[in-house]
Design a protein around this ligand. Structure first.
Ligand code: ATP
Ligand code: MG
Length: 236
C-alpha cells in the first residue's frame, strides 16, 4: 500500500489546464523525486497535495483515506508538510521563533524540545544563530531553516520544493546530504528539483513531469541512465 496515492489529477488556473491526468504514488519511507523544467507544474502539484489549491478531477489517498478537498490545516495535521519554494522563512522572527511556529500542532508541540535538539544537530549553524533574525541569514542558512521548520511539524511526508535552487555547490552538496540523513528517520520525502542529477542520485524512484503530464517514471538509477532524460535534462 503506498503512503500517498494520486490518481488522474487535473488542475487548472482559469483557462489554463496545468496538471493533466497526473497519477503517482509515494511509498512509505522512500525518497521520491519529481523532476521537470520550469513551468512543468511541479509547484502546482505540491500546492495541490498541501491543500492550498484544489483539483478539477481525480483522487488523492493518504494511507488509503481520501484526502481530496481537505484544507491545508487538515492536510498538515495528517503529517503532510511542505517546505515551499523560495524558503519563505519569517524574516522578522528569530531562528528559534521560526522553529516554534513549525511545531504549532498539538502532537508536535509536545515533542518540541526533542525536535529542536534534532534539527540543531542536523544543522549546527542554526544552533549558533538561534537568536538571529531569520531575514538576516544567508540563503543557505535560510534553506536550512525552512527545512528545519518543516521537520518541527513531525512530518510523515515531507515535500521539498527545489531546496537546492540558488545555492552554491558546497551548500547544494550539504542539503542533499541532509535530505538523505532525514530520510533515515523513516519519513517519506517528495523532492521536487531541477537539479536532476543530484536528486535522481538520492531518490529510490522518480517521475519526469513535462508540460503537466507524467512523461516517464522509474527507479532513480534507471531514470538517470535513460537516454531521453540524459539528453533533455542532463545535457549529455
Ligand atoms: N496562480 C496561478 N494562476 C495562473 N497560472 C498559474 C498560477 N500558478 C502557476 N501558474 C502557471 O502554471 C504553470 C505551472 O507552474 P508551476 O509553478 O507549477 O511550475 P514549476 O514546475 O514549479 O516551475 P518552476 O520550476 O519554475 O518552479 C506555469 O505556466 C504558471 O504560470
Ligand atoms: Mg516551482
Amino acid at each position: 500500500m503506498p503512503l500517498l496515492d494520486v490518481r488522474n489529477i487535473n488542475v487548472s488556473y482559469d483557462d489554463f489546464h496545468i496538471l493533466k491526468d497526473v497519477s503517482l504514488c509515494v511509498k512509505m519511507g522512500e525518497i521520491l523525486a519529481v523532476i521537470g523544467a520550469n513551468s512543468a507544474g511541479k509547484s502546482t502539484l505540491l500546492k495541490l497535495l498541501s491543500g492550498l489549491i484544489q483539483s478539477d478531477s481525480g483522487d488523492i489517498f493518504f494511507k488509503s483515506n481520501p484526502i481530496s478537498g481537505l484544507d491545508m490545516h487538515e492536510i498538515a495535521r495528517l503529517g503532510i508538510i511542505q517546505v515551499p519554494e523560495g524558503r519563505r522563512v519569517f524574516p522578522f522572527m528569530t531562528v528559534f521563533e521560526n522553529l516554534l511556529v513549525g511545531s504549532f500542532m498539538t502532537k508536535a508541540r509536545q515533542k518540541r524540545s526533542e525536535t529542536v535538539e534534532y534539527v540543531f544537530n542536523l544543522f549546527p549553524p542554526l544552533k549558533e544563530r538561534r537568536k538571529q533574525l531569520a531575514g538576516t541569514l544567508s540563503g543557505g542558512e535560510q534553506q536550512m531553516l525552512a527545512i528545519a521548520r518543516g521537520l518541527m511539524a513531525l512530518p510523515v511526508l515531507l515535500m521539498l520544493d527545489e531546496p537546492s535552487t540558488g545555492l552554491a555547490p558546497i551548500m547544494v552538496e550539504n542539503i542533499f546530504k541532509v535530505i538523505r540523513e532525514i530520510d533515515k528517520e523513516g519519513l517519506a520525502i517528495l523532492l521536487v528539483e531541477q537539479n536532476v542529477q543530484k536528486s535522481l542520485s538520492i531518490a529510490e524512484r522518480g517521475y519526469v513531469l513535462e508540460a503537466g503530464k507524467i512523461k516517464l517514471e522509474g527507479s532513480g538509477k534507471a531514470l538517470a541512465a535513460d537516454p531521453y532524460v540524459k539528453k533533455a535534462y542532463l545535457g549529455l
